[in-house]
Design a protein around this ligand. Sequence first.
Ligand code: SAM
Length: 298
Amino acid sequence: MATLGNPQNTIAVLQKYNFNFQKKFGQNFLIDTHVLDKIIRAAEITREDFVLEIGPGIGTMTQYLCENARQVLAVEIDKTLIPILADTLSEYGNVEVLNEDILKVDINRIAREKNDGKPIKVVANLPYYITTPIIMGLFESHVPIDSITVMVQKEVADRMQVGPGTKDYGALSLAVQYYARPEIVANVPPNCFMPRPKVGSAVIRLVRHEKPTVEVEDERLMFRLIRASFNQRRKTLANGLNNSGELKLSKEVITRAIEELGLSPGIRGEALTLGQFAKLSNIIYGMLHDLTVESLQH
Ligand code: SAM
């Protein structure tokens, strides 16, 4: 089987198997060897590495991964691609293909069983319709991860990388930056894919922090605060927190917490840094804890 990654060989495989692209699975296959080389280099794959690939498609990037990694596990939802992958990957003894929905796979178990619980690398040209749940799922489930190198929609890559004061800054920026250091590695135009996506793409590398850059008493509370603050972008932080269905904080707690943080009552959530959200969350955590103790004493 010839190496994929160029239009001719990709078309030959698609025709051989009479493959029909499924829009609902976000299928845009890479047909540019330079981009593939760039992804592999950015991911810094070595012979020591166990790599999880999400959505191998016809196995284009999988071939590159097999050439460079110790072991590759590729998870593909589309069952019509499984016989194709058996063919395109037949020369490699270091790859396993799993026909599953990545959102339902226990990746912690995979890391435990296949990599002795040591950090894995994730590499993918992601299906764009589930970019956020995939990335947040990897971080929030505390899978041992070294780095995630993925192709995503350009706009989403920008959102992951920016800080306060820009229009793209939001809950995704804060969540990603809490767990990792993001770095856009390459911008990739639509003509590098088959079929061509309607949007621009970018490769982003997220290197997991060894330890968080901010200290947070209660991660869940901080992320609730963040979500509430960005739910209503045009509103003040106080109003955003007050109107949140999932938080249920009294006006007094909100006002006192913002004051204690040393911020003006009219500040908007989008102006806060990750460090400030962490502090806000710790202040509110302390207040809620004090209130519980008080009510127990009465
Ligand atoms: N890696 C291939 C490439 O670069 O040419 C294909 C990338 S394509 C953008 C995304 C792939 O993810 C498709 O093969 C699609 O079928 C697969 N996919 C979509 N949803 C998935 C899911 N929930 N779990 C696993 N794979 C999925």
